[in-house]
Design a protein around this ligand. Structure first.
Ligand SMILES: NC(=O)c1ccc[n+]([C@@H]2O[C@H](COP(=O)([O-])OP(=O)(O)OC[C@H]3O[C@@H](n4cnc5c(N)ncnc54)[C@H](O)[C@@H]3O)[C@@H](O)[C@H]2O)c1
Length: 350
């Protein structure tokens, strides 16, 4: 049995709490949030009585084996290090941290304590992603040398802490790009990034003037607060010559939202978003293959359940962690280098 605490009980915490409750090997034991009203309401809703407004007090509770960190990005590294040093296993939401320095400090703490730290790269846990990984591991695509990914929101700056760079570390790149870049890089076999060239634009702000079209807003939405970029594009080059082309936005004068992940290999290709598809060549003929599975797209609920189950088995049975801290560090290096490149207006070498 794994006794778990969840730190930060805002929106995404529901996608940790629900799967923990559904896992028979887990006892949801404690919750923490600096927002006391939210903490008390969440505790009452789930019947959890160990409630802490200071996460450090939660970590002192020796009954707790593991924590999920679902706070704003600026607290991820600090809480992860404190939790590891308190002897807890850690599942930390993406991004691992706001800076490479922080990410490396978390990595050092993992090495020192030997505890499990899983980064919340939830897209790796989608059923469609797991199936595609089986194809890739069996060399159906050959060497993947190019990936192209896009996550365009025409109106979707959530405001609140998301658009306050001191708490988020950036805009759509660190929030959405982290997923898009990670999933491409993971399928490409995690080659070492060597250089990036990126551009960020802060042209449209949060567009709170737009009427008659609703969009997701953070709990503490403030139309006057937005110092993050609204569009980022980048090309990332790897040691083996492979490359990723990415663009992500919170807002853009686009006709519609767009989400895609396309992989191109020497033997075949694949798309994982908007839905799983495999491109093959057999007997001098190009085949577009549609796997017959329940859900070709990313199923948010199922992927979070898979992610939590994976974390629980890594903690209890030593199952190999598919999203280790070293991956979080590499992804942070790519994200930070893109911001750096955009600031300098030139290519940056890692
Ligand atoms: N995996 C995904 O697809 C996904 C989706 C959304 C958000 N996230 C990540 O989850 C995290 C939380 O996002 P959210 O949308 O739930 O935000 P949110 O604002 O809804 O919730 C965050 C909560 O953390 C609390 N908090 C902040 N600092 C704290 C601290 N030091 N100690 C305790 N509580 C603290 C806040 O009071 C708030 O209740 C972010 O890192 C975000 O990037 C991941």
């Amino acid at each position: 049995m794994l006794k778990v605490g969840v730190i930060g009980v805002g929106s995404i915490s529901d996608h940790h709490i629900k799967p923990y409750l559904a896992n028979e090997q887990v006892e949801l034991f404690a919750l923490s949030d600096i927002n006391e009203a939210r903490l008390i309401a969440k505790g009452a809703f789930h019947g959890v009585t160990e409630l802490y407004s200071d996460y450090r007090e939660l970590l002192k509770n020796e009954a707790i084996d593991a924590v999920s960190i679902c706070t704003w990005n600026n607290a991820h590294a600090e809480i992860a290090i404190a939790a590891l040093e308190a002897g807890k296993h850690v599942l930390v939401e993406k991004p691992l941290s706001m800076t490479v320095k922080e990410a490396e400090a978390v990595e050092a703490a993992v090495e020192k304590t030997g505890k499990v730290l899983q980064v919340g790269f939830v897209r790796r846990h989608g059923d469609n992603a797991k199936l595609l990984k089986t194809f890739i591991d069996n060399d159906e695509l050959g060497e993947i040398y190019y990936a192209k990914t896009s996550c365009i929101r025409r109106l979707g700056n959530p405001g609140g802490w998301f658009s306050d760079s001191s708490r988020s570390g950036g805009g759509p790149l660190i929030d959405l790009g982290v997923h898009m870049i990670d999933i491409c890089w993971y399928f490409m076999g995690k080659p070492r990034p060597v250089s990036v060239s990126g551009n960020t634009y802060n042209k449209l702000g949060n567009r709170s003037n737009i009427k008659n079209l609703s969009f997701y807003k953070a709990a503490d939405y403030d139309p006057h607060l937005s110092d993050v970029e609204d569009l980022t594009n980048a090309i990332i080059r790897f040691e083996n010559g492979a490359s990723i082309l990415v663009d992500v936005s919170y807002t853009l004068h686009a006709k519609q939202d767009e989400l895609y992940v396309k992989l191109f290999g020497e033997k075949g290709g694949a798309e994982i978003e908007p839905e799983l598809a495999i491109v093959a060549e057999k007997y001098n003929t190009i085949l577009n293959v549609t796997p017959q599975i329940d859900n070709l797209s990313f199923d948010f609920e199922k992927a979070f359940q898979n992610e939590i189950n994976h974390f629980v088995s890594s903690c209890l049975d030593g199952t190999e962690n598919i999203a280790p801290v070293s991956d979080g560090v590499q992804v942070m290096k790519m994200l930070n280098a893109i911001y750096e490149s955009a600031k300098l207006g030139k290519e940056v070498y890692l």
